[in-house]
Design a protein. Structure first.
Length: 129
């Protein structure tokens, strides 16, 4: 059993509608739930082109990192679920600009469907500051 568990929601994002938290910290790790292209008012922005969806998802990941009091340099694993692998190169460019010099482990998996009809979803694991 973990020594301490803290459940957090990012103040800049709408509270989860499902039974989960944006972030959970446990024993020095931070687990960020899958983030979708949902704006700060809770509207799924699946009408946006892929690149803009990716940017919005990464903004949401950043909001979760901020809520947990950590930064991109604390990421250890990034998991990306992408609807159309033809968008891989576009995603990699957006991601490289967002992540900068950091190189956490990463997995990118093609999937057949995502909530709201989104083009991608990202979840991450990090270490506490």
């Amino acid at each position: 059993m973990p020594k301490s568990i803290l459940y957090l929601n990012a103040p800049g994002l709408i509270p989860p509608k499902g039974h989960y938290s944006h972030c959970v910290t446990a024993n020095g790790f931070v687990f960020i739930s899958g983030q979708l292209p949902v704006d700060h008012e809770g509207n799924p922005r699946v009408d946006l082109p892929f690149q803009q969806q990716a940017e919005l998802v990464l903004e949401n990941v950043t909001a979760c990192l901020d809520a947990a009091g950590i930064a991109k340099k604390h990421l250890v694993q990034v998991r990306v679920y992408i609807l159309n692998m033809d968008n891989w190169n576009s995603f990699n460019q957006v991601y490289a600009q967002w992540i900068g010099e950091y190189r956490p482990a990463r997995a990118v998996a093609g999937v057949s469907e995502l909530h709201f009809g989104a083009e991608l979803e990202i979840e991450v694991t990090a270490v506490s500051a």
